[in-house]
Design a protein around this ligand. Structure first.
Ligand code: ITT
Length: 189
């Protein structure tokens, strides 16, 4: 029943949790947090990473869980950093990423994969995408990760210059979480 539904989001990232809680809260799905989704498999495909992580997290937590994996694909860099976005953010940082992106090849896409699991072999994946460009310099103090250098198509601001609400209404994660939420409610959990 809407309003009485609860699911746990396993993530080490408090920003991801806040965004998902905002989107799901609006449709009456209450989100609690588990501190980590544990060790991830390596893959170029965020849906595969999320599905396996959801299965593993369910096996450990023994309650309905979601996990989320995000990839950032820069077209002119052959999709780099892709699913290694967290590692590249930690090791190179945004300034070096900006130097790697060619002036004339700034097209990029965020992909978010949300996986829900409530039993062995039952992971279900929902994806959301956000097309845009990599900015020429960091702008904005909001958000996290690559937000200060990502300009969504149709806007001139970076995600770092948007409010949480504005970001979630257009973002890869907002779309994937909303798709999960709609399915979750329609499946009458
Ligand atoms: P988990 O515990 O949920 O895995 P994480 O931060 O490691 O948290 P991901 O592997 O999914 O999550 O994300 C990879 C990185 O991509 C993340 O650390 C950020 O640097 C970046 N990222 C993810 N979502 C983003 C967003 O909405 N805006 C900007 N950067 C984002």
């Amino acid at each position: 029943m809407p309003g009485s539904s609860e699911v746990s989001f396993a993530t080490s990232n408090e920003h991801k949790f806040s965004e998902a809680a905002l989107v799901l809260g609006r449709i009456g799905v209450t989100l609690s947090r588990l501190p980590s989704k544990g060790e991830e498999v390596q893959s170029d495909n965020p849906s595969e990473i999320a599905a396996i992580a959801a299965e593993r997290t369910f096996a450990r937590a023994e309650r309905p869980v979601i996990v989320e994996d995000t990839a950032l694909f820069v077209k002119s860099l052959g999709g780099f950093p892709g699913t290694y976005a967290a590692y590249v953010y930690r090791t190179l940082g945004l300034e070096l990423v900006l130097k790697l992106v060619p002036q004339a090849g700034r097209q990029a896409e965020f992909v978010s994969a949300v996986a829900y699991c409530d039993g062995p072999g039952r992971a279900k994946v929902f994806t959301g995408r956000l097309a845009g460009t990599i900015a020429t310099a960091q702008r904005g103090a909001n958000g996290f990760g690559y937000d200060p250098i990502f300009v969504p198509s149709g806007d001139s601001r970076t995600l770092g210059e948007m409010t949480l609400d504005e970001k979630c209404s257009i973002s890869h994660r907002g779309k994937a979480v909303a798709a999960f939420g709609e399915w979750y409610l329609s499946a009458r959990h």
